[in-house]
Design a protein around this ligand. Structure first.
Ligand code: GLV
Ligand code: GLV
Length: 337
């Protein structure tokens, strides 16, 4: 008898075909680029053995209760798992697959692009060209901040954090600071990174980069106390999760000149409503959560999520399984790995 699988969105064909052709499952899909409505998610997951979901779907207690005892595996098309009720999932003996590694390069590259675009004010500069504000070459026009001789602070030196730092190093960064749950001397050696308390990182960094997981411990971590410690010339970059930042406090810091600029690939909520104050600021560059968005990476992610799902359904080893044991032993889970 075929196992029921629910796919919550249109995904790259390569992964979807793997599920179709496996011969072991009856694949149902919310066949759209738009998010699945809650009631369709509940309907789709009811009686399912496996679900392939995105980071935009909250898999909470209600969803799990609706799924019933049949549900064996959740395969998320993401490296982050803050949308999954991990404790509830663990209790029910459901396995979780996710997509670390395959998106590290794409996400690090996007973070560097966002950092440069924010520090050198590219969106603003492009606007001036289109608005006839480009009248002549001006010595003090559209000046920003460079990486040469800078101090870069990475919050969460996981795989992605390290990949970002590795890419920034050749720009002439003078010093890397990092913070997280614990020092990681072996990993940090490559960038000669120095482990410091978060307050010191905020005080000393020219660029502050968030690359940590969203957990109860990191929620709202960047608040007015921390922004107040940062340099007036600091550039703040977030490509992890929006909720790690208190956005009201960020708005205050940006609009009063407490920090120079921010580049966000993630916000809370997503999408950010058009009337959100952060969207009115010239010194805030906001992207629609495109860290892993290269064709190649998204294709690979679709294949990995399909393989994780199939392995979970047949009780085999998954290519990338979330290890609950590691999670529960980490009180402060920094480092979006
Ligand atoms: C993207 O944010 C992801 O978690 O994959
Ligand atoms: C800039 O284009 C310069 O020549 O300095």
């Amino acid at each position: 008898q075929l196992m029921k699988v629910f796919v919550t969105r249109r995904i790259p064909q390569e992964g979807f075909e793997l599920l179709k052709q496996s011969g072991i499952c009856d694949v149902q899909q919310w066949d759209s680029d738009e998010p699945v409505p809650r009631e369709e998610l509940l309907k789709g997951i009811s009686g399912a053995h496996g679900v392939l979901c995105l980071l935009s779907e909250k898999i909470d207690k209600e969803v799990l209760d609706t799924a019933g005892n049949s549900l064996k595996v959740i395969s998320t098309f993401s490296v982050g798992y803050d949308h999954l009720a991990i404790e509830e999932i663990k209790k029910r003996g459901i396995r979780v697959g996710y997509t670390p590694d395959v998106l590290t390069d794409a996400t690090a590259e996007l973070t560097v692009a966002l950092l440069l675009a924010t520090a050198r004010r590219l969106p603003e500069a492009v606007e001036t060209v289109k608005n006839s504000e480009w009248t002549t070459w001006k010595p003090l026009h559209l000046c920003g901040y460079g990486l040469s001789n800078s101090t870069v602070g990475v919050v969460g030196l996981g795989r992605i954090g390290l990949a970002i730092a590795r890419r920034l190093k050749p720009f002439g960064v003078r010093k890397f600071l990092y913070t997280g749950q614990q020092p990681k001397p072996e990993i940090a050696a490559e960038i000669e990174g120095q482990f410091v308390p978060i307050n010191q990182l905020a005080e000393e960094s020219d660029f502050v980069i968030l690359s940590c997981a969203l957990t109860p411990q990191t929620q709202g971590l960047f608040n007015k106390q921390l922004f107040a410690k940062m340099k007036k010339t600091a550039v703040f970059i977030n490509s992890s999760r929006g909720a790690v930042v208190n956005q009201e406090d960020l708005y205050h810091a940006l609009s009063t000149g407490q920090i120079a600029a921010a580049g966000l690939d993630v916000t809370d909520p997503e999408p950010l409503p058009l009337n959100h104050p952060l969207l009115s600021l010239k010194n805030c560059v906001i992207l629609p959560h495109i860290g892993s968005a290269t064709y190649a990476t998204r294709t690979t992610m679709s294949i990995l999520t399909a393989r994780n799902l199939l392995a979970g359904l047949t009780g085999q080893e998954m290519p990338s399984e979330l290890q609950f044991s590691i999670l529960s032993s980490n009180k402060l889970l920094l480092g979006l790995d």
